[in-house]
Design a protein around this ligand. Structure first.
Ligand code: ZN
Length: 397
């Protein structure tokens, strides 16, 4: 079958004699395919499962390092960067932020200075250039969008109370020339916070979307280009976002960073099955199974997304707070009985997960209690999923 390249103006065809390879679109990696599409910049075009892009659009470092193999395979995070894009399209897309795409710098990257200075958090608000301004239509704090958001929360009470989600999205490390602004793009940029070396290429975008606790409302508010952040820096950026949102009438009542549930009841069932069926490797896994079951309940509670959910997947309601409090208490007591090398888990080196979980359970109940007593919000049930990190991932897919 003839294979053609989907890139604008590229006439490469599949030909055995030529050393051109064709790569299918990474449909199973939504964030990456989004970057491909942004790089290709074809207007109103969607790839099919037969669409291909030829190797002329990739650089050497986009391929996996396989010294003994002739077959070149793209890295999972490879994004095409070499294109001949017509002038009129270039202008338009270059004016968009450089979150996505183009040209290659070093992948190795230099690390930022680990020492962060204490800075006045107001400074990060002064410069607005790095508040998201891409096709994802987020809010620039000091832009018309800010006023739209301000008006919206005057109109709709539920927008006034939001969860702030913080997560880093990996971006490709690269420095590109931005014709429209007459400067190179792709460096770390924290909008004026002088804690990172702004000569380093950014490797991730730290995103700050908000999600309303009631009804359906979510909106990205800011991003910062960084490579590796530390806790101090993250705290500053979070602080800055909360203040800026507060100025326009949105109060942030919870912050979610990095949440993952690895253990599920499915794993417990599988382990149990293997144990019962006599598999030698799984004898003595009772404790593990109990552990997973207990934790899985908590993950269900902390991730309730359906207003009509039942059991542990039910939303928290004013009249079920006591019940959840009991479950949480029991789980915390259970966690206290766990030991790592005979040291109670809360005092061991592995305490982070146990502490984190206890704090999360506690915070979630307090948050729910607090929200229930807000008269203007008039919340009848609380879906803990609102504080989930999934929102950001869904947004980018
Ligand atoms: Zn091509």
């Amino acid at each position: 079958m003839a294979m053609y390249c989907s890139a604008y103006g590229c006439t490469n065809e599949h030909d055995k004699g030529k050393n051109i390879r064709f790569h299918g679109f990474p449909f199973n990696r939504p964030p990456i395919i989004a970057l491909w599409l942004a790089a290709i910049r074809r207007v109103e075009w969607k790839p099919s499962k037969y669409s291909k892009l030829c190797s002329a659009h990739f650089v050497e470092s986009d391929y996996q390092n396989r010294p003994n193999s002739l077959l070149k395979i793209l890295r999972d995070d490879a994004v095409p960067s070499i294109f001949n894009i017509p002038e009129h399209l270039q202008k338009k897309s270059f004016s968009r932020k450089n979150l996505k795409r183009l040209a290659e710098d070093d992948r190795s990257g230099s690390s930022m200075s680990s020492e962060s200075k204490v800075v006045d958090s107001r400074r990060c608000a002064e410069k607005q250039s790095n508040y998201v301004d891409t096709e994802v239509s987020p809010v620039k704090f000091d832009s018309p969008e800010k006023h739209i958001l301000q008006q919206e929360c005057r109109k709709y009470v539920h927008i006034k109370y939001c969860a702030l989600i913080v997560d880093a999205i990996s971006i490709r490390k690269q420095i590109i020339w931005d014709d429209s602004q007459g400067k190179f793009q792709g460096y770390c940029d924290l909008g004026g916070i002088p804690t990172v070396n702004s000569e380093d290429a950014a490797s991730e975008a730290l995103m700050f979307p908000i999600v309303a606790y009631k009804n359906n409302f979510k909106c990205p508010t800011a991003y910062f280009l960084t490579n590796k952040t530390n806790a101090t820096l993250q705290a500053q950026l979070i602080d800055c976002c909360i203040r800026k949102l507060f100025e326009i009438g949105i109060t942030v009542h919870s912050i979610t960073c990095d949440g993952t549930a690895v253990l599920s009841s499915g794993v417990a069932i599988a382990l149990d099955y293997l144990r019962v069926s006599g598999s030698a490797d799984f004898q003595g896994s009772d404790a593990t199974i109990e552990f997973i079951r207990k934790l899985d309940r908590i993950f269900d509670i902390l991730n309730a997304r359906n207003p009509f959910g039942k059991g542990f997947k039910a939303p928290i309601k004013p009249n079920s707070i006591e019940y959840f409090k009991e479950v949480f208490k029991e789980t915390t007591e259970y966690l206290k009985t766990l030991t790592v090398d005979n040291v109670p888990v809360f005092h061991s080196l592995r305490k982070t997960f146990a502490l984190g979980l206890s704090v999360a359970m506690d915070s979630m109940l307090h948050l729910a209690c607090y929200l229930f007593q807000l008269e203007d919000l008039n919340l009848r049930y609380f879906l803990s999923y609102k504080c989930s990190q999934d929102h950001l991932e869904l947004f980018f897919s």
